[in-house]
Ligand binder design. Structure first.
Ligand SMILES: CC(C)(COP(=O)(O)OP(=O)(O)OC[C@H]1O[C@@H](n2cnc3c(N)ncnc32)[C@H](O)[C@@H]1OP(=O)(O)O)[C@@H](O)C(=O)NCCC(=O)NCCS
Length: 157
């Protein structure tokens, strides 16, 4: 997509941000987890997560808009403390593109933007977490030279 603009999110973007966050989270859950939790619980949990994480320093929420001023994508960039190394690292908390605008290169552009924010902030690492069944997102990250470093394992009890 040629004419793509990035701008910082404002209060007016809150509903868009929350909806994109919900969709990404919901898509990351497997069927069993969706049934066990339900959409309302996931929305409430996300609101709390936002309250906790967005109050930390270093967050940048970036909205991608097309030439028709439509919101087409979102990047939530921030800082994360690596629990193993103790290092403060740049982190992509979410990158998502409105379904109708996928496969046009917007996700790639948003990730390149995240990388330039990370470099500009003097970070040595850019990390993210991706659901193991999100093959599309994993392909995007691998194409951009991200490599898997840890694997989270869970057993439902
Ligand atoms: C993952 C996600 C952000 C990718 O966004 P996107 O805008 O579709 O990404 P891109 O267009 O840059 O790349 C996706 C595909 O389009 C292809 N593509 C990129 N530019 C293209 C172009 N100009 N023309 C045709 N195809 C193109 C890429 O090769 C890639 O193909 P592949 O997936 O088969 O390897 C998007 O699918 C999404 O929002 N998913 C839901 C949210 C999510 O899961 N986010 C990740 C959270 S960790």
């Amino acid at each position: 997509m040629a004419d793509l603009r990035f701008r910082p999110a404002t209060r007016a973007d809150d509903p868009f941000f929350r909806e994109m966050e919900f969709q990404t989270t919901w898509d990351s859950l497997d069927l069993e987890e969706r049934e066990a939790l339900g959409a309302e619980t996931v929305r409430e949990a996300l609101d709390l997560t936002h309250e906790l994480l967005l109050n930390r320093p270093g967050n940048r929420i970036v909205i991608a808009e097309n030439e028709a001023d439509e919101r087409v994508g979102l990047l939530w960039f921030g800082v994360n403390r690596n629990l193993i190394t103790g290092e403060e690292e740049a982190w992509v908390y979410n990158v998502s593109v409105v379904p109708a605008f996928r496969s046009l290169g917007i996700g790639t552009r948003l990730m390149e933007h995240a990388e330039s924010l990370a470099r500009g902030g003097g970070f040595h690492t850019l990390g993210l977490m991706v659901s193991s069944h999100n093959a599309g997102a994993q392909r995007l990250y691998e194409r951009l030279a991200f490599r898997s470093t840890n694997l989270v394992m869970r057993k439902r009890l």
